[in-house]
Design a protein. Sequence first.
Length: 529
Amino acid sequence: MATEATETTESTEPESKRFRRLRRFGRCSILLATVAFASDPVAIDWAMVAKIREEGLQRSRVADLESYMTDVLGARLTLSEDMKRAQAWAMAEMRRIGLVNVAAEPFMDFGAAWDNEYVSLHLLEPDYQPMVGYPIAHTPGTNGKVVADAVIVDLQTRQDLESWRGKLGGKAVLSTPPAAVDMAPLVNGTPRRTAEELAALERTVIVPARPEPPRRIANAEVITPLQRAAFFKSEGVAAVLESSSGWLGAVRGFSRPGSRDDRWSAAGDSAAPVMIAITPEHYNRMYRILKRDIPVKVELEVRNRIGPRAEQAVNLVGEIAGSDLRNEVVMIGAHFDTWHASPNASDNTSGVAVVLEAMRILKAVGAKPRRTIRVALWSGEEQGLWGSRAYVREHFGNPNDSMPTKKPAYDRLQAYFNQDYGPGAYRGIYLQGNEHARTLLGGWMEPFRDMGMTTVSNQSVGSTDHIAFDEAGLPGFQFLQDRVPGGGGHTNLDFFDSIPVEDLMKNAVIMASYAYHAAISDVRIPRKK
Ligand SMILES: [Zn+2]
């Protein structure tokens, strides 16, 4: 305790300077803690924390929210009719919670609505078996029930194209190599984060200089996925079948090739073949039979509803008004859109349930934040963070963009907190390389150590909506979460059953407390220098 003795006897120093020096040595004595409270930038409002914990852990509505969204609303592909129905529900829910300025903000022309209405898929020969598969988003349906011979087609080059020309009419094409089934989850399970793992995450990582991007080698012979799909369409195949995930029992299927470039347009949909993603086990079975030169016959039918015209996709927002600093904003959020093969209970219905519940808790306990707290439910995340990026550009500007902008609100954003790493409990927070935010973000986890919220990692993590803020130089953060067993994101197996509801309850409490403390703090969260 030598350091403590030395520091506390330096009474000739000005109060503020002495306090700063003390803080560097942590709160390791009662004296320190007492002195610290008066002007501590990370001062915890313990009375409010108690209310938030009580409301969020004893009167939680997060399970109900999660169940309603997954069981009743279901999948929410951006701009689908399913999504529009769900967004109407979410806006009503925000108003019911008591949020103000609830709004749907259009952010871009997102093409035509696409919804799968029906799919049926069967192996007929050499042995009957129903198969599990889902149409790829933004592909057309079949004209009723189709029976087709299956054929393996490995289409990589222009020569392949020529060799198959005229031979594929009416065929069901196995277009990908057999998927290697990953047995690890079955053998190992999905362990939660261990102490060693958390310690490793806490170790400071020096970000290496970015390597040169690999030189693109022009190879006129190689065809693109888009060219492959166009060829199958022009050849009149019955359907293109694929399986690429290798996850046990799981179908993973995304948008058809080219949809990003043609903005998911109805015209592009009609130019694509029928495409169906199938579980690796069912797909591989057909593949192995065909490799024995034994014919495979399948029966399939797909009905998709494709909207008649391009429409605007929308983000949803709602607020708890601030008081003396109401023009400054703390944002929390999660993407509301999903892929289409399941309700996506984890990715990212769980994040949406947590941020809505955090807002509900704050209203229920009568929190009076100084800064405005705004929740955002993004759309277009799965196709590439379209909703959050457009929002940042529109509201804050992006000085790092190719066309740099900076709006007045840019300097009035305190922080953005996101959840999108599944439904696992918060175990810490990623600083996103922002060392200046360590004191505040680390300090605010103090009341939640008993919940396992202990780790400040300086690592930068990606792939979700906080990146839209971070890349614009705004403080956007993602929590460090436990992994949990279950179906996982982007599959047909992501349902309520594998959601650890207690973890969501804890997350909502922590999210509410972070939003609240960011909203009452005397200081601003420092930005990256
Ligand atoms: Zn996600």
